[in-house]
Design a protein around this ligand. Structure first.
Ligand code: SF4
Ligand code: SF4
Length: 234
């Protein structure tokens, strides 16, 4: 994927390429933004230019973007691409899940045009049931793994494959959503910051109180000397 290709189809050959028959086709895999359930890109974007929508899409608002590219670093699938070649107003580019079509009750364009109906669009719970049904009723056709069901906390794209996923370009990822991990780290840091903050607050309080007392004492002395009722001089 790059700033002009939001979706790509890669071709993976099995290891025994020299002995392939016409039936032993390579595996084709479509990649695009996974529209993660708990997206790292959204979590990393400090200005809210990326948002997770109710229909599952993770979309981008160029008007809010400041071009920091944190989203590119945060994405575990290396999806967001930047328009480096655009000197004026470069934007972050990635698949939008055809947000507007889906909002209007349509399908994402890829699911609509695919002549082999490789993609099925629907509610996640129905798709998971369908994936399990396919695996059960086609023994030996699929590896026993629905990619995207649990990876990084789950994604809006779910894959079935006949080859182990790590051999066809899918990264092996934890089931924890990265934003949950970074939040834990932030919370721990804040926890350890608590002691210095309490100390600084205490010291600040002492300084204010001392300053106040000094000022207070000075004011009392000034008033006393004006009145001429300073006990030491009387
Ligand atoms: S795949 Fe990357 S860009 Fe797409 S939603 Fe997940 S973290 Fe964001
Ligand atoms: S480049 Fe834009 S969208 Fe990406 S994290 Fe920065 S502000 Fe957000």
């Amino acid at each position: 994927m790059d700033e002009t290709s939001y979706t790509v189809v890669n071709k993976y050959y099995p290891e025994n390429i020299g002995t392939l028959t016409w039936r032993e086709r390579p595996t084709f895999v479509k990649f695009q933004c996974m529209h993660c359930n708990d997206p790292s890109c959204v979590s990393a974007c400090i200005v809210g230019a990326l948002t997770k929508e109710r229909n599952g899409a993770v979309i981008y608002d160029a008007k809010k973007c400041i071009g920091c590219r944190y989203c590119m670093i945060a994405c575990p699938f290396q999806v967001p691409a930047y328009e480096y070649k655009k000197a004026l107003a470069p934007e972050v580019r990635k698949c939008t899940f055809c947000f507007e079509y889906v909002e209007d009750g349509g399908l994402p364009a890829c699911a609509q045009v695919c002549p082999r109906e490789v993609m099925t669009f629907g509610k996640k719970k129905d798709l998971l049931k369908l994936a399990e049904w396919k695996m059960k009723n086609n023994p030996g056709k699929y590896v026993d793994h629905i990619y995207g069901e649990k990876e990084v906390g789950g994604t809006s794209w779910l894959y079935l494959a006949s080859e182990p996923f790590e051999t066809i370009g899918f990264p092996k990822l934890s089931h924890d959503a990265p934003p949950r991990l970074t939040e834990k780290i932030q919370h721990s840091l804040f926890q350890y910051f608590a002691a210095p903050i309490i100390l600084y607050t205490f010291l600040g309080g002492v300084m204010m109180a001392t300053g106040f007392m000094k000022n207070g004492k000075k004011k009392t002395e000034d008033i006393a000397s004006e009145r001429g009722d300073n006990h030491e001089s009387s």
